[in-house]
Design a protein around this ligand. Structure first.
Ligand code: MF3
Ligand code: CO
Length: 291
């Protein structure tokens, strides 16, 4: 239970307004959902206008980094070359690559090719080949604010099967996004993602998912796509989170690289694709911050 605030006291959000003219109505509404048994966000998950502005600026840099990768990616380059681009563009913008040294992660970006589901580590020895599909997952810290997005890239001519997987994984994110609105549920979003993947004969990884983001790299809630409508966390204006389903051509099962402790592969060796966006819940829907 959150601390009670007098109606004439300053609002907890730091707006300087009286509580009764600021978050009181929203807090009351959230409490009614909680009383009805729903999972609801704590106050720290509702970003203030100042925090949202900071996350927006971080996301702008994150987008520019992905644009730089998009402009330069090609067959024959190494995933270390991608890491170099990410490090350079991020630091020249006055920002920090969030993955670098995050829980011991050794590089500035995750690069995951073909059957790698996520958390691939850039290396001089991994050379992009014609026909590969690769996820480049970029996360940025700017003035203490975090943003997170990833894109798929197709290297040269790619098989129709891989092209379809990449396209459907992209569609899944936007099917989910259509469901993001205040006083809806995270489960509405996830169910739409999952349905679209299943309709296309694919599976979605259940145990790795999205997350709140903004003041930290990974905040509550865990964002699953294997969900039912009307379940999971209530969506409230000011929440910022990622939509980043990992869509697999075969089984949703996966395994972790025993040597590096990071890279996740599909269990069956089939391909996996993922796109990620950072989304803000607004008064009347959503705003995509990073993509
Ligand atoms: N960028 C990943 C995400 O979408 C997290 C990567 S953690 C790292 O949440 F350490 F591998 F970078
Ligand atoms: Co993420």
């Amino acid at each position: 239970m959150e601390k009670k605030i007098g109606r004439n006291e300053p609002c907890w959000c730091g707006s300087g307004k009286k509580y009764k003219h600021c978050h009181e109505a929203i807090d009351e509404k959230i409490r009614r959902f909680a009383d009805a048994g729903h999972i609801v966000p704590t106050r720290d998950l509702l970003k203030t206008p100042e925090q949202i502005q900071g996350i927006r600026e971080s996301a702008k840099i994150n987008n520019a980094v992905l644009d730089a990768v998009a402009a330069q990616i090609h067959a024959g380059m190494s995933t270390q070359d991608i890491d170099d681009i990410v490090y350079k563009v991020t630091t020249e913008a006055g920002a920090i690559p969030a993955p670098l040294n995050y829980e011991g992660f050794p590089k500035s970006v995750c690069t995951s090719i073909n059957d790698e589901v996520c958390h691939g580590i850039p290396s001089e020895d991994i050379i992009l080949q014609e026909g590969d599909i690769i996820n480049v997952d970029v996360s940025t810290i700017y003035k203490g604010y975090f943003s997170d997005a990833s894109r798929m890239f197709m290297i040269g001519e790619v098989s129709p099967e891989r092209e379809r997987l990449v396209r459907v994984a992209h569609e899944c994110v936007y099917k989910g996004l259509e469901q993001v609105k205040p006083w809806g549920f995270m489960g509405d979003m996830g169910a739409a993602v999952h349905a679209h993947a299943l309709e296309n004969g694919y599976s979605v990884v259940a145990d790795i998912g999205g997350h709140g983001v903004g003041n930290e790299f990974h905040e509550e809630p865990f964002v699953s796509y294997v969900t039912e409508p009307g379940t999971e966390m209530l969506l409230v204006p000011g929440m910022v989170f990622t939509i980043e389903p990992m869509v697999n051509a075969g089984t949703d099962e996966f395994c972790e690289d025993e040597d590096n402790g990071w890279t996740i592969y599909t269990w069956d060796g089939e391909d996996s694709a993922q796109w990620e966006i950072t989304v803000l819940v607004t008064e009347d829907g959503y705003e995509v911050l990073a993509d």
